[in-house]
Design a protein around this ligand. Sequence first.
Ligand SMILES: [Zn+2]
Length: 226
Amino acid sequence: MIVAADDLLDWVADREALLIAAWTPAIERATGWERPFAEVLASELQNAMVTTWLNGGSERDFLRLVAQSNTGLLTHVEKAIAGRFYDVTLKLARAAVRHVRDHRSTIMAYKYGMVVGDGRTNPSHLTLQQVLLPKTHPFWLRFQPPFGMDCRCGTNLMTQSQFARSGRTITSDTDLAWIEAQLHDDWPSDFLPLLDFRKPLPIAIDAEPKVHLTAEQLAGILAAFR
Ligand SMILES: [Zn+2]
């Protein structure tokens, strides 16, 4: 299956330095290598992901490409590290791309939380499924999932009329305070610069830019013509 939409590929290619900085300490811990060697592997993995997607490949192609690069690791260790890199990086890219799409959508007014809720779900994430808020609510800049490498939580959007038909109500501030106290984020600190899905995006501007001048600025311009 080809997973790489152009915007996912763009994200992984654009975040090269941040991905290497985030993954290097994780690879150091997993391999016991010195930092420069871990950094080289992080860079190779980022490169292999971009190359794989440029060629329309999947995770299997990525793992094959990594296997050809002679990392010097035992096969199962290499596969575990590379597989982790692929899954988590794809998760980050998908969340970032989705964040931009959510932001651009003009008819989708509300956002609600979705939790898988099986045995692998972190119990502290379960309260997310009670959250339904306007899409622009600041809660989403603090608690937009995923909450960590293994988190499978997500969000979805609904229109004003879908919201009316759903019979649901907006989460109250009191409930939200309680929910926020339950939710735990476990991204390693090295990954925080990659959490684009919590970064505010610029408000869409009118297609035709309008220039607003203060009376003082206008007087200044007019004075130049006198
Ligand atoms: Zn989760």
